[in-house]
Design a protein around this ligand. Sequence first.
Ligand SMILES: NC(=O)c1ccc[n+]([C@@H]2O[C@H](COP(=O)([O-])OP(=O)(O)OC[C@H]3O[C@@H](n4cnc5c(N)ncnc54)[C@H](O)[C@@H]3O)[C@@H](O)[C@H]2O)c1
Length: 105
Amino acid sequence: MVTVGIIGAGRIGQVHMTSISTRVPNAKIKYVADPYMDEKKEAFAKAHGVEKVTKDYREVLADKDVDAVLICSSTDTHSQISLEAIAAGKHVFCEKPIDHDVAKI
Ligand SMILES: NC(=O)c1ccc[n+]([C@@H]2O[C@H](COP(=O)([O-])OP(=O)(O)OC[C@H]3O[C@@H](n4cnc5c(N)ncnc54)[C@H](O)[C@@H]3O)[C@@H](O)[C@H]2O)c1
């Protein structure tokens, strides 16, 4: 079983929640993180078998049970969250485009 966290619960995050929960039997979505988590986003996540929702993606990165993260947040957050996820030892799938803030890299 692969345990994943989804970072960003907007349009594409919801596409991935649907895909994983309906088509990937050996994956479990332990978290969905979004700073603008609300009742609607939470209800969508729970309906797709997500165990926990949080407003802080660092909670996902700190959880040793999480093998991999899907970074589905706003473009300007991609490099920062990717680098933190790599440093935390997670496998990373990052949505396109990668932002090009070289100061962060
Ligand atoms: N691969 C594709 O075909 C494809 C398709 C659509 C979108 N995308 C990319 O996916 C990303 C998201 O697009 P979208 O259409 O889902 O946008 P969206 O605005 O619907 O969703 C983005 C979500 O990220 C959240 N977010 C912002 N900062 C965050 C943070 N620090 N931590 C966690 N969540 C955070 C927002 O609150 C929002 O809910 C964009 O980079 C977009 O270019 C790729």
